[in-house]
Design a protein around this ligand. Structure first.
Ligand code: HEC
Ligand code: HEC
Ligand code: HEC
Ligand code: HEC
Length: 275
């Protein structure tokens, strides 16, 4: 089953939102007024950015390509569950049990239904190897085509970052795209992994809460890794709500029966998330 969708893409959102406005009303109306200016509905279909994150393995450079210029972010990352995602959970007793229930290879690194969320793969599509846990490019996009553009100070900031984006970079300014990446893994949109394997549903994921704490790395402009502004937090909260709705609707649409997966999807739009 192909679940790894274009994480840097916003095309289908509009349809899901139109249905959702009736349900969530005022916050969503506010979002719809605000979103176009953020480029949320921009049509990226022709961008390299719409290539699925995690699938563009040939253009993955690996976190060491970022560390010399982003040393503090790299250090923070080394202390996260993301860093060790390929070393811990899937190899645990629970991980082995999930794989047994699902059938298939007993080595999680040989299974796409595990590596797509627990590992960064690198190499040509047919020969990609699991190399790291969830790393910089799992969230910011495979970097081979944008790494030397995004900081090329001979160009104006807006120009070079715009070019980097066209070449697959997921930037903090495009919050919707960035948080979509979290959702692709954290809503666990894979019915078999949940219903047959007994994997956690990700029902409790909240982009605002989860993007603070161990994951936060705001070092450009301050060495203190400050909390985001209240305005930024509101943005993360609102986008989280919209994405829960979108993923809930998508999940329900593809659920083949009752079970934990369907339950988690239908719970999401109405009751999520607690702050
Ligand atoms: C040669 C140094 C260098 C390398 C290597 C580098 N960066 Fe950067 N990066 C920068 C600089 C400088 C900026 C600030 C650009 C600006 O705001 O003008 C930046 C900005 C960024 C931003 C924020 C852009 C924005 O929209 O504000 C992200 C995200 C980022 N880099 C990710 C990465 C990742 C991921 C890697 C590794 C794949 C990487 N960088 C490698 C120097 C580098
Ligand atoms: C669609 C994404 C996705 C897929 C596919 C996936 N996982 Fe996970 N897994 C996650 C996320 C996200 C978490 C962290 C959940 C949290 O802590 O909120 C997680 C957590 C876990 C945990 C820890 C759970 C706990 O209760 O502490 C185990 C074990 C695990 N995964 C094993 C596996 C195995 C084995 C596979 C392959 C059969 C797999 N996962 C496939 C996303 C995924
Ligand atoms: C490629 C898949 C993937 C992406 C993208 C991703 N995560 Fe995760 N995340 C995971 C997995 C898998 C784990 C569990 C790792 C483990 O415990 O071994 C996890 C764990 C976490 C944890 C630790 C939870 C705990 O148990 O304490 C936080 C916090 C988190 N993620 C936040 C985020 C945020 C915020 C984003 C988006 C900005 C994001 N993640 C994007 C896969 C992903
Ligand atoms: C789990 C997803 C995730 C991973 C992994 C990740 N980032 Fe980020 N990154 C984000 C998010 C989300 C933001 C925006 C945070 C905000 O603005 O509130 C961000 C912002 C940034 C920024 C701009 C903010 C600043 O002040 O520095 C840079 C630079 C950056 N990341 C580099 C990196 C590098 C380098 C790595 C790997 C060492 C990395 N990121 C790993 C999700 C991630």
């Amino acid at each position: 089953m192909v679940i790894w969708k274009a994480a840097c893409q916003s095309g289908r959102l509009r349809t899901a939102l139109l249905g959702g406005v009736a349900l969530v009303g005022v916050p969503l109306t506010a979002f719809l007024l605000w979103a176009p200016a953020q480029g949320v509905f921009a049509d990226d279909a022709t961008d390299a950015a719409s290539k699925a994150i995690g699938e563009d393995t040939a253009n993955i450079l690996g976190p060491d390509a970022c560390s010399k210029c982003h040393a503090p972010a790299y250090k923070v990352w080394q202390g996260t569950h993301h860093f060790s995602a390929d070393k811990t959970a899937p190899k645990s007793d629970l991980g082995k049990e999930i794989m047994k229930k699902l059938g298939g290879p007993a080595l999680f690194k040989k299974r796409k239904d595990c590596t797509q969320c627990h590992v960064t793969m690198q190499g040509a599509a047919d020969k990609a190897e699991p190399k790291w846990g969830i790393s910089c490019e799992s969230c910011h996009g495979a970097a081979a085509k944008w790494i030397s553009i995004h900081n090329d100070k001979s160009k104006e900031r807006a120009v070079r970052l715009g070019e980097a984006e066209k070449n697959g970079m997921c930037r903090p300014d495009k919050t919707y795209k960035l948080i979509t990446n979290c959702m692709e893994c954290h809503t666990v949109p894979n019915e078999d992994v949940i219903n047959k394997g007994g994997h956690k549903t990700g029902r409790d994921f909240d982009p605002l809460v989860f993007s603070q704490g161990e994951v936060r790395h705001n070092f450009i402009g301050s060495p203190d890794n400050p909390e985001p502004s209240a305005e930024r937090k509101r943005e993360l909260y609102l986008i989280g709500q919209v994405l829960f709705l979108e993923y809930g609707i998508r999940g329900l649409a593809k659920a083949t029966g009752d079970g934990e997966f369907a339950k988690a999807q239908s719970g999401r739009p109405a009751g999520s998330p607690e702050l």
